[in-house]
Structure formats: structure tokens, C-alpha cells
Design a protein around this ligand. Structure first.
Ligand code: SF4
Length: 89
């Protein structure tokens, strides 16, 4: 019996996640070690049909780890900052 827990279940992500291109690839690509390459994961995200909703989900959830919607945590933080600035002005 396998101890494998699907990432979707582990992270409690919504149904659309099962349609993500990442489901066809090694999930470690999307959660690189610090300083690891994100190029391949971002390229996969860029061909994903749920990219927009994925990014919105990760930004709203303040997801701290991994590549979601083609963006790293740092890039998502910048998006949140930009959104804050827009609502303040
Ligand atoms: S945008 Fe990237 S992380 Fe999100 S579902 Fe698609 S492939 Fe997966």
C-alpha cells in the first residue's frame, strides 16, 4: 500500500487544480529548493489552461511556497503589493 498523498489533497486546493498542466509533471519542479531553477515550472504554467485562476488563488491565499500560475512567491508578493497600492490610491 502506497503512502503517497496527492498534492491536491495535501494542500486542499480546488477542483480546477486537477486540470493543471503540473499534474502531468514531477511536483518537485514546482517546489524547488531555495535558489533552485523555476524556469521549467514557469514554462509549464505558461501553457496551462487554469493559469489565471491558479495565480489568483495563490495570491489571495498568500501561498508562501512554490510556483503557482507561473509566479514565484516573491512575484506573488509584488502582485499583492501592487494590488494594495491600487486600492489605496
Ligand atoms: S498554473 Fe502552474 S501551478 Fe497552476 S495549475 Fe497550472 S501548471 Fe499547475
Amino acid at each position: 500500500m502506497s503512502n503517497f498523498i496527492p498534492l491536491q489533497e495535501l494542500l486542499s486546493v480546488p477542483d480546477w487544480y486537477k486540470d493543471g498542466e503540473c499534474q502531468k509533471h514531477d511536483q518537485d519542479l514546482f517546489f524547488p529548493d531555495r535558489g533552485g531553477s523555476t524556469v521549467k515550472a514557469k514554462a509549464i504554467c505558461n501553457s496551462c489552461k487554469v493559469k489565471e485562476v491558479c495565480l489568483e488563488f495563490a495570491v489571495e491565499r498568500k501561498e508562501r511556497f512554490g510556483i503557482w500560475g507561473g509566479k514565484s512567491e516573491r512575484e506573488r508578493r509584488a502582485i499583492r503589493k501592487e494590488q494594495r497600492l491600487q486600492t489605496e490610491s
